[in-house]
Design a protein around this ligand. Sequence first.
Ligand code: NAP
Length: 314
Amino acid sequence: MKAIRIHRQGGPEALVYEDAPIPALQPGDALVRVHAAGISPAEFTWHIWETPEGRSRLPLIPSHEVSGVVVAVAPDVRDVEVGGAVYGLTDFFRDGGAAEYVAVRATDLAPKPRSLDHAGAAATPLSALTAWQALFDHARLMPGQRVLIHGAAGGVGSFAIQLARWRGAHVIGTASARNVDFVRKLGADEVIDHEATPFETVVRDVDVVLDTIGGTIRERSWSVLRQDGLLVTIVRPPPPEGVAGRARGLFFTVEPRRTQLNEISRLIDAGIIRPIVEAVLPLQQAREAYERGIRDHPRGKLVLAVVGEDGGTG
Ligand SMILES: NC(=O)c1ccc[n+]([C@@H]2O[C@H](COP(=O)([O-])OP(=O)(O)OC[C@H]3O[C@@H](n4cnc5c(N)ncnc54)[C@H](OP(=O)(O)O)[C@@H]3O)[C@@H](O)[C@H]2O)c1
């Protein structure tokens, strides 16, 4: 098959488009003919180079959000059928979806939302599951609570704004000037242009902060939280003590969850939430897509098209 692979630790400059073996199925796996794969520009900064057991993963195939069609299943798989259109978040420690085929634990796949094409579906699983788990599993966001979402125009942020709105929270987002109207249209009650106004000068008493940026943004966020508030960060673990007995901080890594993907599909097909696809590039242009993601901070996601309009490799 054709695949994007990286043979040494590095960034997008080390990606190559080449032939690779079609992945072998392990028990519980489905083989998916990938139609589209979402990319995370930060992927090469993650701890991806070794398995949890310490084995090198090189050469590895990046990109862990896929949408496609099941072409084979392991003998023990019952709940996913050959021919089904599926989408999902794949294991971060196995080869990803920037390839014509990917082997995925069948339990990590869900039927593709009917109202989305494959590019839209591939833009969804990582970002929507992360936003869902941050707001609902970890922060237990309730109607009427106040939530501040940093990086509101990004992949995770754009889903978080929509999900928090759906839950009935008072939603505040931060974005650069060019994204302020866009984030308001996603459903934010208030949007702060972080280039013009330090958010901590205009926000106070929030129940939940969702930090998708880290660094000083995270540190400056403690002061806007209520005494019993919670800062959820997805970038790097915060000091466990929070700040001097005030709010609590929490870091987590997103997990594949089919039940949540089904709920996300339902909201998408009902027109309540939607993925944001900034651009779709052919698989061969993966390097450019990752570079663009790092450089331009796109709205929502960049997606690789693997099967083209004509059914051939995109
Ligand atoms: N822990 C987990 O399970 C998990 C899951 C998913 C993602 N992540 C991590 O969460 C972070 C966000 O992911 P994402 O996919 O939402 O990213 P993204 O799509 O690149 O969005 C980040 C947004 O933050 C804003 N921003 C402000 N300052 C920035 C800066 N210095 N650099 C980059 N962006 C900046 C940008 O919007 P404006 O231009 O409007 O400011 C950008 O759209 C990444 O670090 C990713 O690795 C972690």
